[in-house]
Design a protein around this ligand. Structure first.
Ligand code: OOG
Ligand code: MG
Length: 265
């Protein structure tokens, strides 16, 4: 009998090649097929791919500015069909300054989601409890995250999205506020062109956004990433994310933390 297929027994996962695929997809704003469709990899290997793809950005001169948590709310889990919390890395190139437009041509199929952001006061090098977390935080702000999956049709598995730096693409941060303000149950609205398109509460973020700081510290420690003083932690979206179109005016309003907006060009 002739064999018609040959099975490779000693398959070696090419972390750098997979990282390059995702990095180039982001760089050229050209989507790629899901990695999981041709390669099997674990959650830990997905974080290795993420780290390797971020190394390529750092080599181009981008600077690490903080972490983002993902799937910390039910609304997001349901929208994307993923049931585990994830985390990704943010760089200075992703940060939109006040008044700076989001240039559509730099993205594949960007979506916006309203978030709460924390400013780190003291370097976080290991897990911190919910009680200890405020000692490490200098400020809290309303924020908008722009996510842009590098995968066709914004479809992915848990491993795919982690490898893709959790769809991180851009972020806008509002005015910093005193972190002792109560933030456990604030009304959060996302408006497009003056209409509320999504509404939720900060309580949707793990029951309380401070839980996201605890989770970020724990996961960063697990994967060997410290969170330096001056960096930010995006707590995760409180609502589903909304696709963006040219000329959209996108605004987040968070009760007690004010509002922020940007224009899509
Ligand atoms: C993954 C990113 C999830 C959040 O806030 O839950 C996220 C995605 O939805 O593409 O950023
Ligand atoms: Mg997010």
């Amino acid at each position: 009998m002739w064999r018609t297929t040959i099975k490779l027994k000693h398959f070696i996962l090419n972390i750098n090649k997979l990282a390059e695929t995702l990095d180039l997809a982001a760089f050229h704003a050209k989507p790629v097929g899901q990695l999981s469709h041709h390669t099997k990899f674990t959650v830990d290997e997905a974080y290795d791919i993420q780290a390797a793809s971020m190394e390529r950005r750092y080599e181009r001169g981008e600077k690490f500015i903080g972490l983002k948590m993902g799937f910390t709310s039910k609304a997001k889990m349901v929208q994307m069909g993923i049931h585990d919390m994830i985390w990704g890395r943010l760089t200075d190139a992703m940060l939109l300054e006040k008044g700076q437009p989001l240039l559509l041509e730099k993205f594949i199929h960007p979506r916006a989601e309203p978030e709460i952001c924390f400013l780190v006061k003291k370097e976080i090098v290991s897990a911190v409890s919910l009680e200890e977390a405020p000692e490490y935080i200098a400020g809290v702000a309303a924020a908008i995250e722009i996510i842009d999956s590098r995968y066709e049709n914004f479809k992915f598995t848990l491993e795919d999205v982690i490898a893709d730096n959790c769809s991180s693409a851009a972020l806008v941060i509002g005015e910093w506020h005193d972190p002792t303000l109560p933030i456990g149950d604030l009304k959060i609205d996302l408006e497009i062109d003056g209409e509320i398109v999504e509404t939720g509460s900060s309580a949707a973020i793990l029951g309380n956004p401070w839980e996201s700081v605890e989770a970020a510290a724990r996961l960063a420690k697990q994967y060997g990433q410290t969170i330096p003083a001056g960096s930010v932690i995006m707590a995760g979206a409180a609502t589903s994310a909304v696709f963006l179109k040219k000329e959209n005016i996108v605004k987040a309003v968070v009760e007690g933390l004010g509002s922020l907006e940007f224009v899509v060009k």
